[in-house]
Design a protein around this ligand. Structure first.
Ligand code: PMP
Length: 956
């Protein structure tokens, strides 16, 4: 497993691990796959996935295995390319009557061999373009001849004039009154251009035709196709209804060009339009497997025939998954009367033992010489062809007993699943399929009350979660199709028995009940417990969700929408989010978070609409990432920020796509994103929310001082050299007589502290000059020395004001109003301590803090721990401002953390205010200024957001 993770599929392996699918199967027999559990015991898994359709008769079918052994024992040549290959010929011969019968064509079929499904599709594509190319070559010659004849006629004196239709005049204005040479040159160029156009292929919505560079462009699922869209092949995806409309001429969604040919008629020279084959082929899977198990009908087949005729191109039936007996006949298409020109087979045709694909092309449509152009080292190998022939014999022996069994079993299973649908119409949306290719589509859980279930759906992973549950709890293997995350695909072997159908139904019944009841704990139990609990009953949590009051319906859109990126404080908070996890231990919650770390996207919570007292409304939406404070701080310490940054950027992009204009980087995400500057997402205004956090904390601090009955005299600012600390120092300087700026002592810290000290003096000086006697704080401390300082400033004019004052104070005052220190002991001199240091752990020694001091600790994580504070009830500690919303709007109770009704954190409120203001750009982004703090505080007040209760406990 580790080697697979390390050397082969790192991302997929992580995904498999996250949902308990990381099993290593060492043995396969019949309908069972076997793995060793953590105690070394062999566990059998009922395989209802059948090798994604490749195993119909059962794993390692004894008779076919015997045939393989015989072939090996007979020293059958494996690699004898460029010779007359009897296995390939024999298999093709065996296919002839079967294909003729099932397609209804009398023609022979030419067979081209490959090793995989996608390769086979690509060969079909290549062949169809060769056919189109021949037609284009003929048209090119026809064009040249027509032009030559016109030139000759005009050369011989015929009048040079072309009568054009109205449409032609419009489309080709150059032709109007053009000279002979110009006419000919124009038509020649135009035709050459039309003939040069690349082919277009038509595939159906939900199509899956492979993942190679060409076939991937025929696969509808955008996730697989989009990254490779520049590679070329042009595909139009359409529904059957759109194809029908195209045939009827009601919709012209595909441009069909025409060649222009000058032609002499009785009424003179005209320009004939000759259709050019633009579409090289139409592809269809009679039962779409990977797209979500969609079954084509007889009338769909008729539409496909009509579109083929209209476009003059071949119809390719991709029966890679649906064919070779999987749906109860060699071709699933034969059950709906489909008459394809090419048939593509693979998967089960390899008898579950070898890798083989075949493209069978009607001989009337075959491009001579294609077989010389196409070859592959492994194609036509004797072993695969012989095994496929033996497999076909099995399918059709005893008048097709095996195929009849597939049909009967399919009916039985389909009936049972429909019964389940009947019992759970609220959970199951549809049951579809044919033969032993069936699908269960679940209703979207994107609005599920249980947020973890909702998140699974949001990530397109619901089907995978259920797959993990079924495997680990019941030992049943199924999987969603490649492009349909809320569908479970069931592709059993023909060995399936009634008791096993009952087993499946029992397990699915529990799953449906748990989804109905929103019992996340039941569904996810397997992720955190070693032992399965197959007999436990799901519990009903619907009433818990209904008491949360989550069904708010905002029928009118808000004036704007803002996002806020947050994360878990710690994993045990999951119990708050989901009542079904109430009895989970901290370790189990941790394990769940760890499992889900693979995909950090958490579904956004429903918006909270906040209305300004001035009227504007803002929808406030949480876009969480799945990570805890501790996980993030570990990554911060280890400087492994890229995955987190990527996850946060993804949230920002999602918020933007959902129409959010502003996003707040909450909790640790602002640090991870370097105060917003590391974000890559454009087109959304960012803020850390720091400005209003400072403003509110500052207001709370002043209130606390008032309650204490003693104003702040000496404030120590820990981390004063930092972004937040420096602004805080400037604010504190407006109220305190003395300021001690404390820095870390790290390199450059003292220099940065001095810079802050200079700024503080300069601001105080400006206040003193403008406000005279009313200036408070450091300004009032400087007032007695105003004249002396002014004289010094005059004498040193040209030198920076702040620096000059600093020097003067150092020289003349025993106790300068602003001091810098790298000694934490300086805290003992302060009656007010402001903590704004960026440290991963609380580091302040509570013993150094004065009696009855006020501590304002807005650092994330905190500089002073809650446990230390418990020893000192005399200290009033403020953890940051909490904002009262204008009309008591509240966060979802599951994510309120330490907030009460009607409250949000100041950083959230800043994001809301920016939305209300439609602020045009980033706000608290990079370095902060005191002016920003003041501006946002003012705007918040105007919108009715005021300081709420003071947050006094630790929250991160
Ligand atoms: N076409 C269809 C209809 C398929 O289902 C698949 C595989 N699921 C392919 C093509 C591609 O086959 P392969 O994975 O062997 O390349």
């Amino acid at each position: 497993m580790n080697h697979y993770l390390q050397y082969c599929k790192p991302s997929l392996s992580s995904a498999l691990m996250s949902i308990g699918l990381d099993k290593t199967y060492h043995r396969a027999q019949g309908q069972y796959l076997y793995y060793k559990d953590s105690h070394g015991g062999e566990k059998a898994v009922l395989d209802l996935l059948g090798g994604y359709g490749a195993v119909l008769l059962g794993h390692n079918d004894p008779a076919l295995k015997q045939r393989a052994i015989e072939l090996l024992q007979a020293d059958t040549p494996m690699h004898h390319q460029f010779s007359i290959r009897s296995g390939a010929g024999g298999l093709a011969e065996k296919l002839q009557p079967l294909l003729k019968k099932e397609t209804g064509w009398p023609d022979d079929f030419r067979c081209a061999y490959t090793s995989t499904g996608a390769e086979s599709v690509e060969i079909a594509i290549k062949h169809s373009e060769m056919i189109r190319g021949h037609k284009l070559d003929l048209l090119s010659q026809q064009s040249e001849r027509a032009l030559e004849q016109a030139a000759l006629a005009w050369e011989q004196g015929e009048e040079v004039s072309l009568s054009l239709s109205e449409e032609q005049t419009q489309a080709h204005p150059t032709l109007q009154g053009a000279s002979r040479d110009k006419l000919l040159a124009y038509i020649r160029d135009y035709n050459a251009n039309v003939l040069q156009q690349p082919p277009v292929f038509i595939a159906l919505n939900h199509a899956f035709h492979g993942k190679l560079t060409t076939s991937i462009q025929l696969t509808h699922g955008a996730m697989y196709r989009q990254p490779f869209r520049r590679l070329g092949l042009r595909t139009e995806f359409a529904s059957i209804a759109q194809l029908d409309a195209l045939c009827r001429g009601e919709e012209a969604w595909i441009a069909l060009p025409e060649l222009l040919l000058p032609k002499k008629t009785k009424s003179g020279w005209q320009l004939a339009g000759v259709p050019v084959p633009r579409v090289a082929a139409v592809l269809a899977e009679p039962v779409q497997g990977e797209g979500g198990v969609y079954v084509l009908t007889e009338s769909d087949a008729e539409v496909l025939h009509r579109v083929r005729d209209k476009l003059g191109c071949p119809l390719i039936a991709d029966e890679v998954q649906s064919g070779s007996g999987r749906c109860g006949s060699l071709l699933a298409g034969s059950q709906i009367g489909l008459k394809p020109d090419y048939v593509v087979l693979s998967k089960a045709l390899g008898a579950g033992l070898s890798k083989l694909g075949v493209v069978a092309i009607r001989s009337g449509q075959y491009a001579d010489g294609f077989d010389i152009l196409q070859s592959s080292t492994f194609a036509e190998d004797e072993m695969s062809c012989q095994l496929a022939a033996a497999y076909l014999d099995r399918l059709f022996e005893e008048e097709g007993r095996v195929l009849a069994k597939v049909r009967d079993l399919g009916e039985l299973l389909l009936g049972a699943l429909k019964g389940l649908h009947h019992r759970y119409p609220d959970v199951i949306k549809d049951i579809r399929g044919k033969g032993l290719l069936l699908g269960i589509e679940f209703h979207s859980q994107e609005n599920a009350p249980a947020h973890l279930i909702r998140t699974s759906a949001y990530q397109g992973a619901l089907g995978y979660l259920l797959t993990g549950h079924l495997l680990n709890e019941y030992g049943i293997r199924v999987a969603p199709p490649a492009s349909a995350g809320s569908v479970l695909r069931i592709e059993p072997t023909i060995l399936l028995t009634q008791p096993q159908i009952d087993e499946l139904l029992y397990a699915l019944d529990r799953v449906c009940l748990a989804m109905r009841y929103q019992d996340t704990g039941f569904l996810m139990h397997f992720l955190v417990h070693d032992e399965p609990h197959p007999t436990r009953e799901p519990k009903d949590f619907r009433s818990w969700y209904s008491t949360l009051g989550l069904d708010v319906d905002y029928s009118m859109p808000a004036d704007s929408k803002v996002a806020f990126v947050n994360h878990l404080i710690s994993s045990d908070w999951l119990r708050q989010v989901d009542a079904s996890l109430q009895h989970w231990t901290d370790a189990q919650c941790d394990e769940l978070v760890r499992r889900f770390a693979f995909d950090k996207r958490v579904a956004p919570f429903a918006p909270v609409r906040i209305r300004s007292t001035q009227g504007q409304s803002v929808d406030f939406v949480l876009y969480p990432i799945n990570a805890t404070s501790q996980q993030i701080s570990e990554q911060l310490e280890g400087s492994q920020l890229e995955p987190l940054r990527h996850a946060i950027d993804e949230r920002l992009a999602a918020a933007k796509a959902d129409g959010c204009t502003h996003a707040g980087l909450g909790m640790f995400t602002s640090i991870v994103m370097n105060n917003g500057k590391a974000a890559q997402t454009a087109g959304i205004s960012l803020t850390t929310g720091n400005a209003l956090t400072i403003a509110m904390a500052h207001e709370a601090l002043l209130n606390a001082a008032e309650q204490r009955g003693e104003p702040c005299k000496t404030a120590a600012v820990i981390g004063a050299a930092g972004n937040i600390g420096s602004v805080y120092s400037l604010l504190a300087a407006e109220h305190c007589q003395q300021l001690i700026l404390v820095g870390s002592g790290r390199q450059g810290s003292e220099k940065r502290l001095l810079k802050v000290a200079y700024q503080t003096y300069q601001a105080a000086w400006e206040t003193l000059l403008s406000e005279g006697l009313s200036g408070r704080g450091i300004a009032s401390a400087l007032r007695p020395h105003k004249e002396a300082i002014a004289a010094r400033l005059q004498a040193t004019s040209g030198r920076a004001v702040g620096e000059t004052i600093f020097d003067w104070c150092q020289e003349h005052l025993a106790d300068a109003p602003v001091r810098v220190s790298t000694d934490l002991g300086a805290v003992s001199l302060a009656d007010t301590v402001i903590c704004a240091s960026n440290a991963s752990d609380a580091f302040i020694d509570i013993g150094t803090i004065q009696q009855n001091a006020i501590v304002c600790d807005i650092a994330v994580p905190h500089n002073l721990s809650d446990s230390a504070l418990q020893e000192r009830p005399d200290i009033r500690c403020i953890r940051g401002g909490i904002v009262q919303t204008p009309h008591s709007e509240s966060l979802d109770p599951r994510v309120r953390a330490y907030l009460d009704e009607g409250q949000i954190y100041a950083c959230m409120a800043e994001t809301v205010v920016l939305g209300m203001e439609q602020y045009p750009t980033h706000y608290s982004y990079g370095n902060l200024s005191k002016a920003q703090v003041k501006w946002i505080a003012q705007r918040a007040r105007e919108h009715g957001m005021t300081l709420g209760s003071v947050k006094v406990s630790e929250s991160m």
